[in-house]
Design a protein around this ligand. Structure first.
Ligand code: UD1
Ligand code: UDP
Length: 378
């Protein structure tokens, strides 16, 4: 009996492994929640798949990695990320084995660190489990990364009922699936509360000076090359059709993306090109713009949570809940389609229909996902 109590009271060592900006934003509320509870000792491992973008996101939550593998290379390959993370995270696990490892989402960090844990029989919790586009080439390689991570995981923290169903269909055990909501809603709610309606004291906000604007982000591997060119040309055409409208384009740090965007936008006075925005500034921009255009995964959940019209610049999505709820429209990267959908929203028709749906429940959760994950881990 006494022995049992000792086991129950033992602090659990949890390694949280993150590599990129969205993993930092979406795992920050989980790390903070676990650290609030005495039952857990949390080590934050950064693989360094992203460097400045990861630190920028973590910094906002007053977090810093306890270990950083610093693996990033300019224009890195998938082989490089996967092999360096496997070796690097594996080495850290060997040096100080945790009771469990938490990974998030669908990046190469997610897959390779889950594999490193699996090789050592360390139980794995996969946060944001079960999303599926059912197309292994879109998003690439993320769809397969997420499938691999789900297969390797012991506990699945599924954000929605649909993601739970996807996991069950693939044979995951029901008792190991926890429908928690998406932790991005936790991060977003906390940030909106901190913003309390204030306007960022930043260059981009001064340049916008209260004018209506489109917010554009694009970075996906399947968008590189011609699709990104079509996205850029579409934005230019939408601006031409709507005099007075501005655009804010916070560029991902990937040089393959920045070179293309600079080529199209640098000389345009109505387009503000910037480095990645701090998370609260980006939240302000999403909340304040007339329209979001993005190929991002997380932005689909955030636009839905904020009830903001968004054009999803992809052909398929692993987040169909965003499209069903009404605020996100899946438009691909075909120029005429993007321009006509953007114009329809800016003219008010679709936006009005979406307004009607504003009372519908947020499919991505209620802001309590992190505490459900901590409860489940206990
Ligand atoms: C990665 C993820 C993608 C996720 C995205 C979030 C994979 C395969 N891809 O894609 O799922 O949506 O992160 O943003 O895991 N770079 C910097 N500084 C940084 C970050 C990136 O300079 O802080 C540059 C480097 O040149 C790097 C390149 O961007 O080689 C690409 O980074 P990488 O992580 O390979 O791909 P992402 O497109 O960021
Ligand atoms: N984001 C940010 N600053 C920016 C652009 C995006 O903080 O300039 C945030 C955004 O709010 C979301 C996350 O980064 O939470 C999305 O990251 P990204 O689009 O790079 O990755 P994905 O979600 O597509 O994997």
């Amino acid at each position: 009996m006494a022995g049992e109590t000792a086991v129950l009271n033992k602090t659990k060592k949890i390694d949280v492994v993150i590599g990129t900006r969205p993993e930092a934003i979406k795992m920050a509320p989980v790390i903070l929640e676990l650290r609030r509870r005495e039952s857990f000792a949390v080590r934050v491992i950064a693989t360094g798949q992203h460097t400045d973008m990861l630190r920028q996101a973590l910094g906002y939550f007053s977090l810093a990695p306890d270990a950083d593998l610093g693996i990033m290379k300019d224009r890195q390959t998938l082989d490089h990320i996967t092999s360096s993370v496997l070796l690097g995270v594996g080495g850290l696990f060997d040096g100080d084995p945790p009771d469990a490892a938490l990974v998030h989402g669908d990046t190469s960090t997610t897959f390779a660190s889950a594999l490193a844990a699996f090789y050592r029989r360390i139980p794995i919790g996969h946060v944001e489990a079960g999303l599926r586009s059912f197309d292994m080439s879109r998003p690439f390689p993320e769809e397969m990364n997420r499938v691999f991570a789900d297969r390797l995981a012991t506990w699945h923290f599924a954000p929605t009922e649909l993601s739970r169903e996807n996991l069950l269909r693939e044979g995951a055990r029901n008792g190991r699936i926890y429908v928690t909501g998406n932790t991005v809603v936790d991060a977003l709610h906390a940030t909106l509360e901190r913003l309390a309606g204030s306007v960022p004291d930043a260059d981009f906000a001064r340049k916008l000076s209260g004018r209506a604007f489109i917010l554009l982000t694009a970075h996906r591997r399947e968008s590189w090359g011609e699709p990104l060119g079509r996205i850029c040309r579409s934005l230019l055409e939408v601006l031409e059709r709507h005099p007075g409208l501005m655009a804010l384009v916070p560029m991902h740090k990937n040089p393959a993306v920045r070179e293309v965007m600079r080529g199209f936008f640098e000389k345009n006075e109505r387009i503000i090109l910037s480095d990645p925005l701090d998370y609260p500034d980006f939240v302000w921009a999403m909340n304040s713009c007339a329209l979001i255009m993005s190929d991002s995964g997380g932005v689909q959940e955030e636009a839905t949570t904020l009830r903001k019209p968004a054009l999803i610049l992809r052909d398929v999505t692993e987040r169909p809940e965003a499209v069903e709820q009404g605020s996100c429209v899946l438009v691909g990267t075909d120029g005429p389609r993007v321009v006509s959908e953007a114009s329809a929203i800016l003219a008010g028709g679709r936006a009005c229909r979406m307004l009607m749906e504003r009372c519908s429940r947020n499919p991505f959760g209620d802001g309590l996902a992190s505490s459900r994950i901590a409860d489940a881990l206990l």
